[in-house]
Design a protein around this ligand. Structure first.
Ligand SMILES: Cc1cc2nc3c(=O)[nH]c(=O)nc-3n(C[C@H](O)[C@H](O)[C@H](O)COP(=O)(O)OP(=O)(O)OC[C@H]3O[C@@H](n4cnc5c(N)ncnc54)[C@H](O)[C@@H]3O)c2cc1C
Length: 423
């Protein structure tokens, strides 16, 4: 009998970590990782910096093909897996069949492309893969329109502005970074953007991308914006076609439902990364938390468990940072806008190095948003994770002089007490 086969579908960070953990846990197993993409692991998080020329190609790539060979992982690139048979425990690609004993689905996500007339024209891009970034880096022109003011859209706009292009951002919602920020901080960030010469149009709908074979302009419900390049960054959707084929259950947000061990509901089948739903550590809600670090830890858990370990996935953390200026816009937990009206209260603090908003539900911190030096968010995120009662923490906790590492909590104490007392 041959060695057991652990097959991993996808070589993003989730697949990569699954492969490494599986091989480490079961050195005798054959660990085979397949991907549609032609390259080994790279970081999507730095693609905007690659587009603007801030960093070279070599910095984007995190692994080489040789790294996998050294780790004993068989890497099959440029393989599009077209079908999955859970009954036969096999995957199909290139008219070949791969039989496995354990399967890890790490199929990630794809950009949502809205059904707007003109989206297929030359000069219209998404921003998800290294190939997208390469296309944007080498695009010719002087004006870019970014559709969507989420983190990826804002970073893309920033990159093009750095390259000296004229840039406009169009967003359907009433604020920038709407999943991260509430209106007040979003207003400050918008002003900073405008200060850099980036036009920001909120509450506008893109109705058409016009031109000949190439894009020439973007028509919204309010104006026409000239464009040599259009970047569509409206959001990501989990890639769940194969999971659906295999009859796996999907969760409320449309990703693969997983248990506390990243099991996907069939014996020997695991799911991790952007394609998988998980439990949020702060709110306890199941959903899609499509972030690098969540994918990394889920991959590690799924890989170890496929190889026979019994690891629990602790849960996902919704921490997003967008590097735009000398500081970063960062959020952890949820914005107040995610809660029913009147359920949360917000506290604002401006300091020399930035601006911070706390979202409080009853006496617990449920969200932090800042335009700050990043180190300062650490203590507050720890408070959210521990679900600490703020009043008790303030009244019973050690004094700042006793080394409490909870900045800026001690400087906020009086304000917090006042807020909790309804004054
Ligand atoms: C531009 C950009 C910037 C980002 N910035 C940040 C950031 O600053 N911080 C942060 O935390 N997160 C960021 N993210 C999100 C983060 O990159 C993702 O959460 C993470 O990369 C997901 O990894 P994954 O392995 O689950 O999926 P993916 O990276 O999507 O990888 C999935 C792989 O599976 C392959 N695949 C899928 N289906 C098949 C098939 N049928 N056959 C063969 N192969 C298949 C795909 O081709 C792909 O290679 C960013 C994302 C983008 C796009």
């Amino acid at each position: 009998m041959g060695n057991r086969v652990i097959a991993i579908l996808g070589n993003g960070i989730a697949g990569d970590q699954a492969a490494v953990a599986a091989k480490r846990t079961a050195p005798d197993a054959r660990v085979i990782m397949l991907s549609k993409e032609p390259y080994p692991l790279y970081s999507a998080c730095v693609l905007a910096d690659y587009i603007s020329g801030e960093i070279p190609r070599s910095t984007v790539f995190l692994r080489s093909v040789e790294d996998y060979a050294k780790a004993g992982v068989e890497l099959l690139l440029s393989k599009n897996v077209v079908s999955w048979s859970p009954e036969n425990r096999s995957l199909r690609f290139d008219n070949k069949e791969l039989s496995y004993d354990q399967l890890i689905l790490a199929t990630g996500s794809r950009p949502f492309i809205p059904p707007i007339p003109g989206v297929k024209k030359d000069g219209v891009f998404a921003l998800k893969t290294f190939a997208d970034a390469e296309g944007l880096r080498t695009a010719k022109g002087r004006s870019a329109v970014v559709v969507g003011a989420g983190p990826v859209g804002m970073e893309a706009a920033f990159a093009f502005r750095r390259m000296g292009w004229s840039v406009a951002v169009v967003e359907l919602m009433d604020r920038v970074l709407p999943r991260m920020l509430d209106a007040p901080l979003a207003g400050s960030v918008k002003k900073q953007f405008e200060g850099m010469g980036i036009l920001v149009f909120l509450g506008e709908r893109v109705e058409e991308i016009s031109g000949g074979a190439r894009v020439e302009a973007v028509r919204t419900n309010q104006r026409i914006l000239p464009a040599d390049v259009v970047v569509l960054v409206i959001g990501m959707r989990p890639r769940i076609e194969l999971a659906g084929q295999g009859g796996l259950t999907l969760g409320p947000a449309g990703g693969i439902q997983t248990d506390a061990h990243m099991g996907a509901g069939l014996p020997g089948v695991w799911a991790c990364g952007d394609c998988a739903e998980s439990r949020d550590l702060i709110s306890g809600a199941n959903g899609l938390y499509m972030l690098w670090n969540n994918a990394r830890l889920q991959g590690h858990t799924a890989g170890a468990n496929a190889a026979g370990s019994g690891k629990r996935y602790p849960g996902s953390l919704n921490v997003t940072t967008v590097k735009l200026f000398d500081r970063a816009v960062a959020s952890a937990g949820a914005p107040a806008a995610d809660f029913p009206e009147g359920e949360t209260r917000m506290l604002h603090r401006k300091s020399l190095d930035g601006e911070l908003w706390l979202v409080l539900k009853e006496e617990r911190l449920v969200g932090v948003q800042g335009l700050v030096n990043l180190d300062r968010l650490g203590g507050l995120t720890a408070m959210m994770l521990k679900g600490l009662n703020i009043r008790e923490t303030i009244l019973k906790g050690p004094k700042p002089s006793e080394g409490r590492d909870m900045w800026p909590l001690h400087t906020l104490e009086k304000d917090l007490i006042r807020l909790l007392n309804g004054r």
